[in-house]
Design a protein around this ligand. Structure first.
Ligand code: MOS
Length: 711
């Protein structure tokens, strides 16, 4: 494809993940691996009831078990000072070991501390808790009538309400997604160690060392600078480590009480009830169109589950306000409180859920109109932001449609479903688009050129996997002309210059800009010193030597300017799937997946490709496999392990292609780069459902698309 404003070729495009070797050789140290002398181990015991209160706790047997140091429950835990700040609020984050109340099954009711992990785990089973139980609800679909309007989500209307109802062609359908859990490979873990009464150091799995620092400081009423948070490596998070959870506060409390370093690693089962999830959500979409496929109205309603103690909201219906140029759109978003733990953002939060419904509905409308699904989208292509009327900073989604259609072989798709077989399997093609806000926050970076011409770049940001250190190295290398292996990046440490929490696909834009600006300033300083700065590492070393400088350092804070408000900024994606469906067993095989991102300049091609492929795989799990199952008689999860909660493995994704439009966004930041983490997943499961329909003629509107739904 013609790329008129392609960036100049970069010699570092082949750059490998700078910490890849450390990761694959086991040298990268994760939070649970900072073992120190005298460290003790914490294990949580969870409630076995789903709603009610603790009647009694007998911890004598646990306390006298070998190696046990202490058993902490609400009966003996000192009140966390910061919990009093919100004591009068009706709802809020779960306060651990606070009182006798039980809101969900698995809620921590005791914590055992012992000299080894095994002894702590053994003793946790000896804590004897009795309960008073009260009636509970864990089933979203049974409680849709009890939904409430969250205070921060207003109903939206442009044009006429429910305009689709009077359109010449219309569809009206309901869609369901189940609860999906992030389940990063690395378990959430924290090691907490106090130094006296007013200082604590934690090694913690977190997406934001500074937000964790703030939360712990608030909870224990400490000066933030006295809370040191370290997280140089994070083994995946996907949103699950965006906030500070009760188990983290509990570990810090335990370390304070015992005056020993405490390690707490959640079990895989804990991961299902302690660190959030993508909430079970019901949606209804109405689409109306003219006979030639022009949308006249979109109605999108959604109800998602939350806990009884805290409201969690996400932008499920936003995508229907933004994606297509429909004159009439109305949306409604509601919450249903259930006896479950609180959900949390999970990759493409809101939009991934909303795009499943909207992009399936568009496919259903295309079928109704006997129109090609891409042609339907092009007939309703938005050339400016339908929500605000603002121009886009950049949008090349139509290029992405073309790139993806070519790569998947869209020409072979038949409009009539269920008509093509390959070796006895039904074959079908589907597509689904996605979008997500493109952001740029504020970040501070220190760049330090040393006497030997090597470069240090430091900022607090964490890397949850996308390759933060790699793009930082690449940007610096391109600007400074210093080889990547002469650049050292240090991140994931609260004592370094501030960066935002890694989330919302905003870090390349935000931190990348700060690295860019720091390097530009450094080069400027060198120019002022010598006038000639084309020398790379060796040249710089000479300049510093000539001026008797041990080093040259700049600290730069960088953030977006007025263009951020002038333009509507989004990243776009489209996912194409070719699936094979076994007509006898209903098994769905992904034969080929192609995901195309329009997210501005691709800064780091290798990690960008990995990011997109990872998102496609995650979306495939969401589409075909992942589902938390609750036994509603007891309100208890039945598949809280990897034997029963299915995620895709290599064999489930035989061919996966990541393509990029790679045209810079002129307004967002110096690199022209927009985020890609979320759009990698948004739209994938719609593409799968649409491909399954094309293969079989069967429309599955409740995820995951398991074989039983196809036979
Ligand atoms: Mo992401 S859900 O912003 O970690």
């Amino acid at each position: 494809m013609e790329n008129e404003i392609a960036k100049k070729p970069s010699t570092t495009d082949g750059l490998n993940r700078v910490d890849g070797r450390l990761k694959v050789t086991g040298k990268a140290k994760y939070s649970a691996e900072y073992n120190t002398k005298g460290m003790i181990y914490a294990v949580l015991a969870g409630s076995t009831i789903t709603s009610g209160s603790i009647k009694s706790i007998d911890s004598k047997q646990a306390e006298s078990a070998p190696g046990v140091i202490s058993v902490i429950t609400y009966l003996n835990a000192p009140k966390i000072p910061g919990y009093q700040d919100s004591a009068s609020q009706a709802k809020g984050p779960l306060k651990i070991f606070y009182d006798e109340k039980v809101y969900f099954n698995g809620q921590p009711v005791a914590m055992v501390l012992a000299d080894t992990f095994e002894r702590a785990q053994f003793a946790a089973g000896l804590v004897n808790v009795t309960y008073n139980t009260t009636p509970f609800e864990t089933r979203l679909t049974k409680n849709l009538g009890k939904d409430v309007s969250p205070h921060n989500a207003k109903d939206y209307l442009r044009g006429r309400e429910d305009a689709y109802k009077t359109a010449p062609v219309k569809i009206e359908q309901e869609y369901l997604i189940p609860t999906d859990v992030h389940n990063p490979m690395e378990l959430h873990a924290i090691i907490a160690n106090w130094d006296g009464d007013d200082k604590v150091t934690v090694y913690d799995k977190t997406q934001g060392v500074l937000s964790t620092q703030r939360s712990i400081a608030q909870a224990f009423k400490l000066t933030p600078a006295n809370v040191q948070v370290t997280a140089p490596f994070v083994g995946g998070a996907f949103g699950a480590a965006l906030r500070t959870w009760p188990h983290e506060i509990a570990a810090v409390l335990a370390a304070k009480l015992t005056k020993k370093p405490v390690k707490l690693v959640l079990s895989r089962a804990d991961m299902f009830t302690s660190v959030g999830y993508r909430p079970h959500t019901w949606q209804k979409i109405g689409l109306g169109a003219t006979l030639d496929g022009k949308l006249t109205g979109i109605t999108h309603e959604a109800s998602g589950q939350t806990s009884v103690y805290e409201d969690f909201t996400e932008g499920v219906v936003n995508i229907s306000q933004l994606m297509y140029a429909s004159p009439s759109v109305n949306t409604k978003y509601r919450l249903v409180s259930l006896n479950v733990n609180t959900p949390t953002p999970m990759r493409g939060p809101g939009e991934a859920t909303g795009a499943f419904a909207l992009e399936c509905a568009m496919d259903e409308l295309a079928h109704e109109l006997d129109m090609d699904p891409i042609a339907l989208r092009m007939a309703n292509y938005a050339d400016s932001d339908p929500l605000t009327g603002k121009p886009y900073s950049s949008k090349f989604l139509s290029d992405a449609y073309k790139l993806g259609a070519d790569a998947i072989g869209w020409g072979k798709r038949t409009q009539k479903p269920g008509t093509v077989t390959e070796n006895g399997w039904l074959a079908g093609y589907g597509m689904g688009a996605g979008m997500f806000g493109a952001y740029r926050g504020s970040a501070t970076v220190v760049a330090r050129l040393l006497a030997d011409g090597t470069l240090d770049i430091q900022t607090a940001v964490t890397d949850i996997g996308p390759g933060t250190g790699t793009f930082m190295t690449k940007i610096a290398s391109d600007i400074m002309g210093i080889a990547a292996d002469q650049i050292r990046v240090k991140i994931g440490d609260s004592s370094l210059p501030p960066s935002p929490t890694q989330g919302g696909s905003a870090i390349t834009s935000t931190v990348g800009s700060a690295v860019n600006d720091a390097c530009v300033q450094l080069k400027q300083k060198l120019k002022e010193l010598s006038g000639n700065v084309e020398g790379g590492s060796g040249g710089y070393a000479q300049i510093l030597q000539q001026h008797n400088l041990p080093q040259l350092e700049v600290t730069v804070t960088s953030k977006g300017g007025p263009d951020m408000a002038k333009y509507a900024m989004y990243s776009w994606s489209v996912h194409f799937m070719k699936v094979l469906v076994n007509p006898a067993t209903g098994v769905v095989k992904v034969d080929k997946a192609v995901s195309v991102a329009d997210c501005g300049t691709i800064v780091s091609p290798k990690t960008a490709r990995s990011q997109i492929i990872g998102g496609t795989i995650m979306g495939t799990g969401m589409g075909l496999m992942e589902e938390v199952v609750i036994d509603h008689r007891y309100g208890r999860l039945v598949n809280n392990d990897f034997a029963n909660y299915h995620v895709p493995i290599q064999a489930d994704i035989p061919q996966c292609e990541a393509l990029f439009v790679n045209k810079p966004d002129p307004y967002i930041n110096p690199m022209g780069a927009k985020g890609m983490g979320e759009i990698a997943t948004i739209g994938v499961c719609a593409a799968l459902a649409n491909a399954v329909f094309n293969a079989t003629g069967k429309r599955v509107r409740d995820l995951p698309i398991t074989p039983d739904k196809l036979i």
